[in-house]
Write a protein that binds this ligand. Structure first.
Ligand code: ADP
Ligand code: MG
Length: 356
C-alpha cells in the first residue's frame, strides 16, 4: 500500500495533443480515489502515466517514497484493470489470473495455488478451467480484478471497470468493488465518466476537464460546494440550475426577483456585480399559490424520476429578453399541472454564486 503524489505532471502526445496539463495531486495511502470527467479530458492518459504505460513529458510521479517517473511499468508495483478487461482469450481463467506471476517467474505449483486462492476470494471457484469467451461480462470483470490482485500490488488502477456491465450488474459490481477495496485496504484509483458512480464509490474525487483538475474533494464537498460552474454542471443526477444574476445590496436579482445573497459570497462580490446564481433542483421548493420573494414561472415539462418528478419552468425574461428555464425536483404526488404557474423558493444555505 502506498500514497501517490503527482507533481506538475504533463503529457503531450506525439502530434501535439496536450492530454495532461501540469497536474498536482496527492492520493492518500489506502484511499479509494476517483478520476471523473467527460470523454477526452485525460482520465485514461493520467492512469496510464501513473502505471508507466505512458511516459510523462513533464513533472513527476511518486508512489510511496519512490520517484517512479522513469521506471518501467513492471517495476512500479501497480496493477491496472483495463476498460475492456484485456483478458487473454486463449488462456483459461487460472492461466489468466496466474499470468503476472508467470512474468515474475513463480513456479507453476505456486501460481496454481495463488490463482485458486484469489479466485476463491472473488467467487470464481468452479470457473478456473473456462476461457474468457465462456464467461459473462461480470465474471470476466472479476477475472480481470483477480489477475490484478494476484501479485498484491501497492496500487490498483481501474479504467472504467464497470462501464461494460449492464445497469443492474453494474450496481452489484459497484458494491462488490467497494467491499473488496475496504477489505484489501489498498490504494485504488479508478476512472469513470459517471458522476453517480464516483459519488457512490469514492473517498475523494478529482473532477477533470481538458487535461486539468477543476476540483478535488469528498463526494459531499463536490456535490454541495462545486468550485466552479463546470463542476456544478457535471455533478448531480440532474444538472444544477445556473442562472445569470446581479448583486444588489444584500440581495441577488435573478429573473427580476430579489433573493437572499448566498452567505459565503458576501465578502467576494460587490453591489452591481454580474454573477451566476447556482442552485440544485433538489434544493428548491415549488408552491402552487403565490408567494413573495419566489421565482415564478410557467410549468412547461414534468418528467417522472420514479419516487420524484423533475419539473421545468419558464421564468420570464426582462424587457423582450427570452425566458430562462428552471428545474425543480418535487416529491411523488406533488406534481403541478402543465401550463400552471409555480412559485419557487431556494432552501436556505443551499445556493451558490459564481463569477464565471
Ligand atoms: P479520457 O480517458 O478522459 O476519455 P484520454 O486520456 O483517452 O481521455 O484522452 C485525452 C486526450 O488525448 C484526447 O484528446 C485524446 O484524443 C488524446 N489521446 C489519447 N491517446 C492518444 C494517443 N495515443 N495519441 C494521441 N492522442 C491521444
Ligand atoms: Mg478513457
Amino acid at each position: 500500500m502506498a500514497a501517490i503524489t503527482l507533481r506538475r505532471l504533463g503529457k503531450v502526445y506525439p502530434g501535439g495533443v496536450r492530454a495532461l496539463d501540469g497536474l498536482d495531486l496527492s492520493i492518500a495511502d489506502g484511499e479509494f480515489f476517483a478520476l471523473l470527467g467527460p470523454s477526452g479530458c485525460g482520465k485514461t492518459t493520467l492512469l496510464r502515466t501513473i502505471a508507466g504505460l505512458e511516459v510523462a513529458t513533464e513533472g513527476a510521479v511518486q508512489i510511496g517514497d519512490r520517484d517512479v517517473t522513469n521506471l518501467q511499468p513492471g517495476r512500479r508495483d501497480v496493477a491496472m484493470v483495463f476498460q475492456d478487461y484485456a483478458l487473454f482469450p486463449h488462456m483459461t481463467v487460472e492461466e489468466n489470473i496466474g499470468y503476472p506471476l508467470r512474468i515474475k517467474k513463480l513456479p507453476r505449483s505456486a501460481r496454481r495455488d495463488k490463482a485458486a486462492e484469489t479466485a476463491a476470494e472473488l467467487g470464481l471457484t468452479g470457473l478456473l478451467d473456462r476461457r474468457p469467451g465462456q464467461l459473462s461480462g461480470g465474471q470476466q470483470q472479476r477475472v480481470a480484478l483477480a489477475r490484478a490482485m494476484a501479485c498484491h500490488p501497492q496500487v490498483f488502477l481501474l479504467d472504467e471497470p464497470l462501464s461494460n456491465l449492464d445497469a443492474r450488474l453494474r450496481l452489484e459490481a459497484r458494491t462488490f468493488l467497494k467491499r473488496l477495496q475496504r477489505e484489501l485496504g489498498v490504494t485504488c484509483v479508478f476512472v469513470t465518466h459517471d458522476q453517480a458512480e464516483a459519488l457512490a464509490l469514492a473517498d475523494r474525487i478529482a473532477v477533470m476537464e481538458g487535461g486539468r483538475i477543476r476540483q478535488v474533494g469528498t463526494p459531499v464537498e463536490v456535490f454541495r460546494r462545486p468550485a466552479n460552474t463546470f463542476v456544478a454542471g457535471f455533478i448531480g443526477s440532474t444538472p444544477m440550475n445556473l442562472l445569470d444574476a446581479e448583486v444588489a445590496g444584500d440581495a441577488v436579482v435573478v429573473a427580476g426577483t430579489r433573493l437572499p445573497l448566498p452567505e459565503p459570497a458576501r465578502a467576494v462580490v460587490a453591489d452591481g456585480d454580474r454573477v451566476v446564481y447556482g442552485v440544485r433542483p433538489e434544493y428548491l421548493d415549488l408552491h402552487t399559490a403565490p408567494l413573495d420573494d419566489a421565482l415564478s414561472g410557467r410549468v412547461v415539462v414534468v418528467e417522472n424520476l420514479g419516487s420524484s418528478s423533475l419539473v421545468s419552468l419558464d421564468l420570464p425574461g426582462g424587457d423582450g429578453v427570452a425566458g430562462v428555464g428552471l428545474q425543480v425536483v418535487v416529491p411523488e404526488g406533488r406534481e403541478p399541472e402543465l401550463g400552471s404557474t409555480g412559485w419557487v423558493v431556494p432552501r436556505a444555505g443551499r445556493s451558490l454564486l459564481y463569477r464565471d
